[in-house]
Design a protein around this ligand. Structure first.
Ligand code: TYC
Length: 103
């Protein structure tokens, strides 16, 4: 009785056509009124391996437009980088935050 099949089985065994988990995620830096520009540049250089010129460019993009992409990474690394931004900022007394989004 336990291995008995029923007519619905074939229907339940559909091929999974759902969208796969995306491979890459954007780490998006958010603007605020209190974090210093220098600190944001420092974070972009140390956490996201940006050159000083690129770090300045991204910081200004966030400052002027409210948000900017700090980098694109596999999910776990993106999460870790966003967490690192939060803990460095908290330690320094700034509200700087990063979120992650599907790339
Ligand atoms: N808006 C901040 C200021 O004027 C600078 C800033 C830039 C803060 C980027 C956060 O992600 C940020 N001091």
């Amino acid at each position: 009785m336990s291995e008995q099949s029923n007519p619905g089985d074939a229907v339940k065994e559909r091929v999974d056509t759902k969208k796969q988990h995306p491979t890459l995620f954007k780490v998006v830096l958010l603007n605020d009124d209190y974090t210093t520009m220098d600190f944001v540049i420092q974070v972009l250089e140390s956490v996201f391996q940006k050159s000083p010129a690129e770090a300045y460019r991204i910081m200004m993009q966030v400052h002027q437009n409210g948000r900017g992409i700090a980098g694109v990474y596999p999910w776990e690394l993106a999460e870790t980088k966003a967490d690192t931004v939060r803990s460095l900022a908290t330690e320094a007394g700034f509200p700087l935050r990063a979120t992650i989004e599907e790339a």
